[in-house]
Design a protein around this ligand. Sequence first.
Ligand code: PLP
Length: 381
Amino acid sequence: MRLYADHNATSPLRPEARAALLRALDAGGNASSVHAEGRRAKALLEDARELLADVLEVRAEAVTFTSGATEALHLALHSAREMGFGPVFVGAGEHDAVWSQARSLWPECETIPMDRDARLDLDWLEARIAQSAGRPLVIAQSANNETGVLAPVGRLAQAARSAGGALICDAVQSFGKASVAGFAGYADWLVVSSHKIGGPPGAGALIAAPGAEIRPDRFGGGQERGARPGTENLPAIAGFAAAADAACRDPAVEAFQAHCEAERDAFEAAVRTVLAEVVIVSAHAPRLANTSCIALPGREAAHQVMALDLAGAAVSAGSACSSGKVKASRVLAAAGWGPDVAGCAIRASFGWSTRPGDGVRLAELYLKAAAQLAPRVVEKV
Ligand code: PLP
């Protein structure tokens, strides 16, 4: 039986999400049509919006559905640029969806550095903002996809807002895994994604706080009150809202954390007992309960992932690009780790479908895979 420990990449579809998706798929209709079928589709769309808004404790009008987090993030970045925010500060550990786009929009943007535990240096950020003129834009994720490290979103927001600026928060990884209570109040633009929480792929949302405008970056049929054109992916959106409800309603997040933490800790402890040389990245930082970023110096990450795959477990490494190639981790390199860690770290991420005992089973497979890999010098990052 396969062991799936890659929930931070995509979490399997939750039964609640599947049921909602199929209901919307069967209902058919286009939410922009005026006939009965269209009105039914529109009602389902607005139900989903209200459900997600309720989970995030925001007004329904604040929610714009998109095709995923990447689109929502790009819409937020574009909107902030149109509103004239700057100077721009981007977290060193941001996902490529943000990192590359922010750099292309603001080649002069500054990087918020991280320490060895991959925690953002907020003292640096506050000092830079104090020295700068203008309305600063801070772009930072609430939890890192590779290390799981949690950011103090309230302090990030305070740093930006105290100087008349704004915060774009990529909450993709903490949504449904850690409490996001109050987040929407901190972030000017907040982004969440469906497939990271057991919803279907193809849906995400941008939550805009009062005063944070959405300036469209493309034009078409006027859907989503003109914020983003294109017929809404209603089955995915309905599934997304149902997944969010299942993942976030009390006490779902606490139960998720307790369950995942037990498996994650069992995994790390069992590996460490046998392989004293492993580095558990960010072990001492506040991090997501489900995420383990573990490096085995001298064994390339891509090889570890392949060996584990053959042994029956799915994990990931660095950032896998669409060609399926594994690159060394830009995030770990930015945290100051050399090739022996940044090029040799894999990520195990547990989730709602993780079975009791999966942590120990994954450790057994990891140790088996490690025994097959001859250590060698890893040079490049
Ligand atoms: N932000 C983070 C932190 C992520 O982990 C991901 C997905 O890997 C994204 C953004 C992009 O999400 P989506 O696949 O919904 O575009």
